[in-house]
Design a protein around this ligand. Structure first.
Ligand code: C5J
Length: 221
């Protein structure tokens, strides 16, 4: 095991391909103007700070040929996997499935649903389309990770308190050891990010650990 300094105590990272790098929803719809995040009235530029830390971690994972998992929050074109309770909630400028400047919001295959170019997945990396906030709901991901023998997950992506935290909690319940990378995740609401970091590590890492990308990179150098 590789020991990583972390909060609330050191995290033991499993080598030899047992630790997957998880990149949650780094898609144009959340990161760029004109997408779903902006339609909810958010300042999407706040999420840009995650890009370099994720790119740095990706380089290391790829060099070691360790598994990488991407998720995209996205729905079928007929919206049969998008419950009205999700689509009709609130009063966004555009709802899921409506046409924006990057295509229909959060729909498979649209430009806005794609991962941003500088973090584009490579052949052999898992790309999971998830209709919910959590990455295990209706995706078959757990079974895929089991086949690969993955036991540890390092989480990055957006947004911290919604899809990242939901996915991390789902993973924790399935027995994975979860580490969240502080500077590789972001929220439209800084106080929500801070609260998420605090609550996941409470009570002796009840959901998991957090640390910085720099500490991980130094520990793996
Ligand atoms: C949201 C996400 N915030 N990826 N999705 O609706 O966190």
């Amino acid at each position: 095991m590789i020991e990583i300094a972390a909060t609330p105590f050191p995290y033991s990272l499993a080598p030899n391909g047992k630790t997957a790098l998880v990149i949650i929803d780094m898609q144009r719809d959340f990161i760029e103007p004109g997408g779903f995040g902006a339609s909810l009235g958010n300042d999407v530029t706040l999420l840009q700070s995650t890009v370099n830390p994720i790119a740095n971690l990706l380089r290391v994972w790829r060099a070691r040929r360790w598994p990488v998992v991407y998720t995209r929050e996205s729905h079928r074109a007929d919206l049969s996997d998008c419950p009205p309770s999700k689509r009709l909630r609130g009063s966004p400028a555009l709802r899921i499935g409506e046409l924006g400047p990057m295509g229909r919001l959060l729909i498979h295959g649209e430009v806005g649903t794609g991962i941003i170019d500088c973090l584009a997945p490579q052949a052999g990396e898992l790309v999971i389309d998830k209709p919910g906030k959590g990455m295990f709901y209706a995706t078959g991901l757990h079974e895929k990770l089991q086949v690969e023998g993955v036991t540890h997950l390092v989480f990055t992506g957006v947004t911290t308190e919604v899809c990242v935290q939901t996915s991390m909690r789902e993973a924790n319940d399935r027995g994975y050891h979860c580490l969240l990378v502080e500077d590789a995740t972001q929220s439209y609401f800084p106080t929500f990010k801070a609260a998420t970091l605090a609550m996941i590590v409470a009570q002796g890492a009840i959901v998991g650990w957090h640390t910085s990308s720099e500490i991980i990179l130094t520990s793996l150098a």
